[in-house]
Structure formats: C-alpha cells, structure tokens
Unconditional design. Structure first.
Length: 406
C-alpha cells in the first residue's frame, strides 16, 4: 500500500504532468531518479535506524513522510517561464524525493528485515509471501488510480490529495499487528531450537546465529558486491519499467487505462511467481535460481518494444512478471542466508545504497533516448542487455564463510 502509488504508478503521474505542463520525459524521469538518489543516501541510515528502534516504528515514520510527499505532489506547478528548463518541475522533484524517502522508511527495507528476523529454514518462501504485497498492491491500486486520474471529475491533483489522507491510516494496523522479532513474544525463528539447521540444501545448511556477519565483515566479502551489482542491474530494469512502461505502451498505440491494467497484470503475475521463487529458493542453489529468473526478466523488457496490441502486451506481462516475481524474494533471502540476522538492517541499507544508484540511471537513460529518437526501442534493448549481463554475475555469488576471531 505504501510502495504501489509511488513506484507502480510512476508512469501515471508522469503522463499527467507531461499532458498538463508539457515537460519532457527526461525532465520528468529526473524526479524518480532523484528519489532513488535520496533513497541510496538514506538507506544506510534507515538500516541503522531499523536495527536501533525496530522496523515497525520506522515504517510508521515512512507512512507520514509519504503522506507529506503526496501533499506536495498535489501542489505541483511550473516555477519558471520555460518548460524546457530542467528546474521547471522542481516542485515535482521535491515531492518525489519526499515520497521516495517515505517509501524507503516504510516499505521494502523494514519489512524485509522483520521477515528475516522471523524466518530461517524457509526464509525464501517467507520473503516471497511478504513480497507479494508489492505486486498485488500494484495489480489492485495502479489500474484504479488510472481511472481516478483520467476522470474529469477527479484528476491527478485530487487523487494525490486522497493518498495524503490515506497513508496515515496505515499506522494503526502496523503498530497493532507487526512484531519486530520473535523474541518480543518469547519465540525464536521458525519456532525451532536455536541449534537446528536452517536450510534444506545440504551444502548450504548453517546453524542459527553461526553465520551472523557484522557490517564490516560483510563489506569485506566479494559476494556482497556481486549480489549488490546483480540485484542493482535487475532493479534498474524494474525502475525503468515503473517509470516508462505505461508511457511506452501508450506511445505504441494502447490506451492509458489498458496500459495501466497490463502493468498491474504483470505485477499480479509477479506475485504468483514470487511464491514459485520462494519455493525454489529454499530447494535449489539460490545464486543459480536468481540468475535464471533475472535473465527471464531481462528478456521480458526486450519484449516490451514489440508490444502493439493487447495480445503482445499479455505476452510481455507473463514473461516479465515471471522473471521479476521469482527473482525478487530469492535475491533478498540470499542476503539473510549468507550474512545472518545480527546486522541485517545495516547490511540491507548499504546494499540498497549501491543498488539504488544503478536504478537512477535506467529511467533517465530511457527517457533521454525517447526524447532524442521518438521511441523506447533502443533504450529498452540496451538496458535489457545490461540486466541480462548483471544477472549472470550472480553465478559468482557463492555463500561466504564467516571467519571466527579470537
């Protein structure tokens, strides 16, 4: 609920502002990338904060920040006399930076840390079930937002104001339902003894607590950077699709509402595929599985340039959804398996920092090529190749061994 209106609906906000104010795709893509830059800078702090006060409190702060961001978005107007001045959408930039800060605080990182605290033996499956929220949220919310935004009686400004009122309502269920760790209620991960093994793959079994890396120790492992680069390459494709896919399909002859539905459907397929990824991640070598699904996601991006009707759009939704969905939980649970629970918030924060820097590049690159060439073909294909190569890097990402000292 926190992530979908910001990430999944990015293309809808950009289309609305482009139509009303005449800003270019490159100008509007800068807002998303600035948000990613802010997220990359804030992520280590967020990770530290989660380890300090718990993911539940951090998520509540994120809901408030997102609300403020959408309030600013509803007030977006040009600030110069030239629509070509890259600073003209400055209010939109400030809005999206604030929204992204809220999402960084309230979305993927804190919920991932909490799930990692609760599960060990079936961590990939648990991560996949938790990650379904983003996919289902996008599937349910984005098409609905498209209807509201296109409505003459509602429009994008009123829709943004509605989200401003909606986000604070999430605080009550967050505070009442979520527990940061099983130890808060006298339990242990999986409800099992701390000496039990936590992975069903014989060559990957490890005892709870025996592989708890500090942040410093994790940063010294090459595998940390292999995962960060590989994940960043795939996330770069995701960020590009979030910003440009609806716009690309509209340019290629599909209506805005249909394009929003297809994007939501791709996320819906991704939600089902996440369960598949979680199931396989607990039963296969994670670095191999995430490589395969990352390559499928890259193939899905390349198929987007061929979409000219609903039939080809459905093919895209299936292929991309399978790759994106199955890859996501395995990539995250891999870090938990490899580096343990002790400093997982900090490790996720620093890893997200390097990953988000890569996600900045994709949307601006695709938007710039569109402005220069009048289509997304070369931009999508080049980025798909980068994502494919990045996925292959996961083959090098084998489990590290913590060196005991003293």
């Amino acid at each position: 609920m926190i992530s979908a209106p910001a990430f999944g609906a990015t293309g809808l906000w950009i289309d609305s502002l482009e139509t009303e104010f005449g800003w270019s795709r490159t100008q509007l893509s800068i807002a998303f990338s600035l948000g990613q830059l802010e997220g990359s800078v804030a992520a280590p702090f967020v990770g530290y904060l989660i380890d300090k006060i718990g993911g539940k409190k951090v998520a509540c702060i994120g809901a408030i920040a997102s609300s403020v961001g959408f309030l600013c978005l509803s007030q977006t107007v040009p600030i110069t006399e030239s629509r070509e001045n890259w600073l003209d959408p400055a209010i939109f930039y400030i809005s999206y930076v604030t929204i992204m800060f809220g999402v960084t605080l309230g979305g993927w990182i804190p919920m991932t840390v909490i799930i990692n605290n609760w599960f060990a033996k079936h961590r990939s499956l648990a991560m996949s079930i938790g990650s379904v929220g983003f996919s289902i949220g996008t599937f349910a919310i984005v098409p609905f937002l498209a209807i509201l935004i296109e409505s003459e009686s509602v429009g994008w400004k009123t829709t943004a104001l509605g989200l401003t009122l909606f986000f604070p309502l999430l605080i009550f269920p967050i505070t009442r339902i979520i527990k940061n760790t099983p130890e808060e209620i006298g339990e242990v991960p999986d409800g099992i003894e701390a000496t039990s093994t936590v992975n069903s793959i014989p060559d990957q079994s490890v005892e709870i607590g025996s592989n708890d890396f500090s942040l410093k120790a994790a940063l010294q492992e090459k595998v940390f950077w292999y995962i960060a680069i590989g994940h960043g390459a795939s996330a770069m494709l995701t960020s590009t699709m979030m910003v440009h896919l609806i716009l690309a399909f509209k340019h290629q002859g599909i209506s805005l509402q249909t394009a929003a539905f297809i994007w939501g459907l791709a996320m819906g397929v991704g939600g089902v595929s996440q369960i598949l990824g979680g199931f396989l991640g607990d039963r296969t070598k994670k670095h191999v599985a995430v490589c395969i699904f990352g390559c499928i996601q890259a193939i899905g991006v390349s198929l987007a340039v061929l979409v000219t009707n609903t039939g080809t759009a459905l093919i895209f939704a299936i292929v991309y959804g399978i790759g994106f969905g199955a890859r996501a939980p395995i990539t995250t649970s891999m870090r938990g398996d490899y580096f343990g629970r002790k400093a997982f918030g900090k490790i996720m924060g620093v890893s997200a920092m390097s990953m988000m820097l890569m996600t900045m590049f994709g949307p601006i690159f695709a938007g710039r090529l569109f402005d220069l060439q009048g289509n997304y073909q070369n931009g999508f294909l080049i980025l798909a190749c980068c994502g494919f190569i990045g996925s292959l890097i996961f083959l090098l990402a084998k489990r590290p061994v913590l060196q005991k000292t003293g």
